[in-house]
Design a protein around this ligand. Sequence first.
Ligand SMILES: C[S@@+](CC[C@H](N)C(=O)[O-])C[C@H]1O[C@@H](n2cnc3c(N)ncnc32)[C@H](O)[C@@H]1O
Length: 214
Amino acid sequence: MNTDLVAYYKARVAEHEKIYLKPERQVDLAKASELLQGIFTGQDILEIACGTGYWTERIAQTAQSIMATDINDAALAIAMQKEYQKNNTQFAVADIYNFSGVPKYGALFAGFILSHIEHQQTSKFIKTINSFVKPGGIVVLMDNIFVEDSSLPVTETDGYGNTYQMRTLENGSLHRVLKNFQDERFLRDIIKGCAGNVEYFDLKYYWVLKYTVV
Ligand SMILES: C[S@@+](CC[C@H](N)C(=O)[O-])C[C@H]1O[C@@H](n2cnc3c(N)ncnc32)[C@H](O)[C@@H]1O
């Protein structure tokens, strides 16, 4: 059984976007796309952990520019093949924790990565991503809400309260994946002191958190 998150997403790359085909999530996905497109209109964005570019493709429609990054080159190869009509995207392999972030960006988008960060690493993660953004710039995080009958069950909780799922890929390989589900209170707490203009959007399957870096 694999327990390495990066290796899991490498192995999953060809089937990653099937998660976005779940029928019950389509209304939320359309709402989230509209919300993100509104927030990022005219912005110069750094996207971290962009994966196969599902959100890159949508955000690029209203952004000024996007630098889309991920640690996985195979995911980026798929992201690059999408159609970007404004020709406003660039792609780079980058590890969040080993990224120079120069120059600083006007906005940052991090979709579905916070849920894969251990609770005890969350402060470091927030500090790190904020350091990539200009003071006053926008940070947007988005992730899953646990919904019975749509989300995979949590199979394990560790001493820090981190939760794990067992996931099987189409090739039959089994992966133990860290997947935390944060609530609004937790999210507001982790950005306390380094964020202004905080807005929390609660959809059925997803939450979106927007703030400005102070
Ligand atoms: C759940 S996927 C999200 C992909 C995309 N944002 C989406 O919403 O479809 C998590 C992504 O985080 C990437 N990732 C994991 N650790 C990373 C790190 N340290 N630096 C950059 N990307 C990382 C994985 O390669 C994977 O593409």
